[in-house]
Design a protein around this ligand. Structure first.
Ligand code: FAD
Length: 381
């Protein structure tokens, strides 16, 4: 590890935190990750990695591992909720955008990212409660009474980010009264297989996305968006249970393939869908935000983790090589490049119009290459 490179503390070991740990280690930085959880659980959820994030994952050396476990869908398929009519289908062969489109279990992606970061670089049970930056290094304060120092801090602490609250000020995420039910379960519970695409079934005021999460199609995942009158929010956003009978009722009248999946599903979880407007700034001094901490979005474009992973590549490219160099300027350069793109994605995600029909250009989204995009102009957006 080069002694003259800045030391970087990363708060949060989620998708963005682990990705930036990997990109910074690869670039030779001295990093340390601080995570509030006591262990990494296998959260029952799927995740789509589209070619824009797969290019970053290829650069940090985890693509092959993911190809072994993940499902490669035939296409990005959008269908009408009851008739099954195709609204838009986008097959994604690898050469279209320079990387594959893979669907996987969320834990398999996290495991792959973790494999790129030695365990001694990750400290668990470290809940950040405060930050002080007064000239010299930044001091991090944790709930267990301990402190740590680093030349710079990256807040990758998710939608409820403490770091964001410290550098931008407090506010609550926006909850527009929509709920996501989700489940991952054994495909053998169904009488037959599903269409081997990532299929989004578009209803008048709700939708459901369904796909396999394993290469051998042994497991599948769905996630919904349903209006819910009550402003239902829980801090236990990943572990709260839903009622599968309520879920089935919410999708009565949907296409037989959707009904088959929901009838076979033994159990489900329930999430409040949260988002925020784009922030006025992503950094203050030597503290910067990444991922959901600065651009949380609805999951409707499957770009939340993907854009966090893109951030990780760009941040590693922007950070200066030498201690004492202009870290603040590097953070501003990162934000100037990234924010136009993530703000556009946040807005389209919020409207939930992506690929709902028409012929929107998809090349700016999936064709972006975070390793090679010119840093002194705004990222494609
Ligand atoms: P997180 O993954 O939330 O990680 C934050 C980490 O910080 C956590 O480990 C947390 O414990 C830790 N932390 C928080 N506070 C502290 C603290 N004070 N001190 C220390 N540690 C702390 N994205 C996609 O790209 N593709 C998809 O298909 C997709 N599907 C989705 C489906 C749903 C229903 C939802 C809700 C989201 C989906 N997303 C998807 C979005 C994706 O899950 C998020 O955008 C992504 O997890 C953000 O990564 P992150 O690292 O910024 O935050």
């Amino acid at each position: 590890m080069a002694q003259n490179k800045p030391s970087i503390a990363i708060v949060g070991a989620g998708m963005g935190g682990m990705a930036v740990a990997a990109t910074l280690l690869q670039a030779g930085f001295d990093i340390q990750v601080y995570e509030q959880a006591s262990r990494f659980g296998r959260i029952g959820a799927g995740i789509q990695m589209l070619p824009n994030s797969m290019k970053v994952l290829r650069g940090i050396g985890v693509e092959e591992r993911l190809r072994q476990v993940a499902f490669m869908p035939h296409s990005h398929l959008n269908r009408v909720w009851d008739t099954g009519e195709v609204k838009r289908e986008l097959p994604m062969p690898e050469d279209l955008y320079g990387a594959p489109f893979l669907c996987m279990h969320r834990a398999d992606l996290h495991d792959a990212l973790s494999a790129a970061v030695p365990t001694e670089r990750i400290q668990l049970n470290k809940k950040l409660v405060g930050l002080d930056q007064a000239g010299g290094p930044v001091t991090l304060r944790f709930a267990d009474g301990t402190t740590a120092e680093a030349d710079a801090v990256i807040g990758a602490d998710g939608v409820h980010s403490i770091v964001r609250g410290i550098i931008v000020g407090p506010d609550a995420p926006i909850h527009r009264g929509r709920i996501a039910y989700r489940a991952v379960f054994d495909s053998a519970l169904m009488p037959s297989g599903i269409t081997p695409s990532r299929t989004k079934w578009w209803g008048p005021d709700r939708h459901i996305v369904i796909y396999y999460t394993r290469a051998d199609r042994s497991e599948l995942y769905f996630v919904t968006s349903v209006p819910e009158a009550a402003d239902w929010v829980t801090p236990e956003s990943w572990s709260a249970k839903g009622d599968v009978r309520e879920l089935r009722r919410a999708y009565e009248g949907f296409h037989p393939e959707v009904r088959m999946v929901l009838d076979a599903c033994p159990d489900c979880h329930k999430w409040a869908i949260l988002e925020r407007e784009p922030l006025p700034n992503w950094s203050q001094g030597r503290v910067v935000l990444l991922g959901d901490a600065c651009h949380p979005m609805t999951p409707y474009m499957a770009q939340g983790a993907a854009t966090s992973i893109e951030d990780a590549a760009v941040l590693a490219r922007c950070l200066p090589d030498m201690r004492g160099a202009d870290i603040e300027g590097a953070f501003r350069r990162y934000e100037a490049h990234r924010k136009p793109r993530t703000s556009r994605i946040q807005a389209i995600s919020s409207a939930n119009t992506w690929m709902s029909g028409g012929n929107d250009d998809t090349s700016w989204l999936y064709g972006y290459d975070a390793w090679n995009a010119p840093l002194d102009e705004p990222a494609a957006g």
